[in-house]
Ligand binder design. Structure first.
Ligand SMILES: Nc1ncnc2c1ncn2[C@@H]1O[C@H](COP(=O)(O)OP(=O)(O)OP(=O)(O)O)[C@@H](O)[C@H]1O
Length: 447
């Protein structure tokens, strides 16, 4: 049997409470009553009500105040305001503040069940719409990638095609656009899906370390190499090797890797035995590699080998219609993770999110939703919860330590013309740390 509809009646007049409870109880609803606003707020916090009849005027806590709290914390609860004849303006104000309907006292009792049925029907329709929207969202999910825009649909179709072959893939796109997710989706749809997916961020290692991470090493090949170690090339056997930030691979290692791709074998650092490779290669970069080739920073032969299949992963600002879908997805995730009762985003807050340029793309949107959910006090995220996105350091707003760090790192990167090694030196951190910060803050080079 379905749960009965839970109704709360809030009025300081006993006669109103008793008569309403009588009529609604007879109609089969589970009815509670509260003699004042304060008790009502406590009861609403302790139990979930489907519908509240709320008197506008009460001595302890005004009905309008209770209404505001209900709509802020439990927007799914229906509220009918009750007001005396001659104070219709109260009812108008209440509707503006989010009440679902109103009753003018004294009212005809037979009208009540009709009113309740009408409101519940409206709510059911709304719930169905939300369920349909969620189903549509499911269709917009593709191996962890979310998107319903034309360019994302084309991308999903292309991934399907690309997954069927074993050629190298080069993913280009700004930081945080989802290149790693695309690589994982290709792997998950390919015949290699039962093998490992082995990612490595080539920008996060100093040159010698990167070499041993990729190729592995034999005992004694360098100081501290007390054990032989497999590299990622070997670990990816039967699966997919994902070279993230491939543009950061130093030229000498580009030659070594090109040889591996041609000869399908290599030797570990300090070793003499041939190791045979069997992986599919997927690379990603946020750099314009054609330009890097013309500047002499990236080898053309290696570039041609990598870009047999090229995929451009679009920036978020070029597919703004995906922002609501993504924002709701992240909201649901962080609500579950933080156990907060945040159920939605107001329409104008969503418009704000759609108008922002997202230099850090989906990662920045994800971090933004996490921050908003963690810091929010209400049930719905509104414009004010996202105001920090539009704050510039020139404004005289006190910045948090983390915001200061972002501003400072951005300034140093600009001064060093985005030369990571130089900027890392100035900041006195290693390149890996700097790369992590760049990613965390969604910073991006202007070129
Ligand atoms: N279309 C998407 N749907 C859902 N989540 C996404 C999508 N795109 C990116 N993300 C999320 O955004 C974050 C960044 O994604 P990812 O690491 O794949 O980006 P990237 O382009 O590889 O970034 P970088 O160039 O900085 O390495 C991840 O947490 C990922 O789950």
């Amino acid at each position: 049997m379905a749960d009965p509809i839970r109704v709360l009646i809030v009025d300081d007049e006993l006669i109103v409470r008793e008569s309403l409870a009588g009529w609604l109880g007879k109609a089969g609803y589970a009815v509670d009553a509260a003699p004042g606003g304060r008790i009502a707020v406590e009861m609403i916090g302790a139990k979930q009500y489907d519908l509240i009849f709320l008197d506008v005027r009460m001595s302890d806590l005004d009905g309008m105040e209770v209404l505001k709290r209900v709509k802020l914390h439990y927007p799914e609860t229906l509220v009918v305001m009750m007001t005396a004849y001659g104070t219709v303006q109260n009812a108008v104000d209440a509707m503006k503040a989010g009440a679902d309907d109103y009753l003018i006292k004294p009212f005809e009792p037979e009208y009540l069940p009709l009113l309740v049925e009408k409101l519940l029907k409206q709510k059911r329709l709304l719930d169905e719409n939300i369920a349909l929207r969620d189903q549509a969202d499911v269709r917009a999910h593709f191996h962890g990638l979310i998107g319903a825009s034309e360019c994302m649909r084309r991308l999903f179709a292309f991934i399907d095609q690309v997954a069927e072959v074993d050629s190298p893939v080069l993913l280009q796109g700004e930081t945080g656009t989802g290149k790693e997710l695309v690589a994982k989706a290709i792997h998950a749809k390919s015949k290699r899906r039962f093998g490992p997916f082995v990612p490595i961020n080539c920008g996060a290692f100093a040159e010698t370390l990167l070499e041993s991470e990729l190729f592995g090493h034999e005992v004694g090949s360098f100081t501290g190499a007390t054990r032989a170690q497999k590299g990622r090339l070997e670990m990816a056997k039967g699966g997919t090797l994902f070279l993230d930030e491939v543009g950061e691979i130093p030229p000498k290692m580009q030659v070594d890797l090109l040889r591996v791709l041609q000869e399908k074998r290599f030797q570990r650092v300090g070793g003499s035995r041939d190791v045979f490779v069997d992986f599919r290669l997927i690379c990603a970069t946020h750099r314009d590699l054609t330009r890097e080739v013309s500047k002499g920073n990236f080898r053309q032969d290696f570039y041609f080998r990598l870009k047999v299949i090229e995929i451009e992963v679009p920036a978020l600002r070029d597919r703004r219609q995906d922002i609501p879908l993504l924002a709701r997805h992240f909201l649901d995730r962080f609500r579950r993770e933080t156990n907060k009762r945040v159920t939605g985003i107001t329409e104008d807050a969503m418009m704000l999110l759609q108008s922002y340029d997202w230099p850090g793309n989906v990662r920045e949107l994800e971090n933004t939703l996490e921050r908003a959910v963690v810091l929010s006090n209400g049930a719905v995220l509104n414009k004010a919860d996202f105001g920090f996105l539009f704050r510039t350091p020139q404004q005289d707003v006190p910045l948090s330590l983390e915001e200061m760090e972002k501003v400072h790192i951005e300034r140093v990167l600009k001064l060093c013309r985005w030369n990571i090694s130089k900027a890392a030196k100035v900041l006195e951190v290693n390149r890996a740390t700097l790369h992590n910060k760049i990613r965390k803050f969604g910073l991006r080079s202007p070129e």
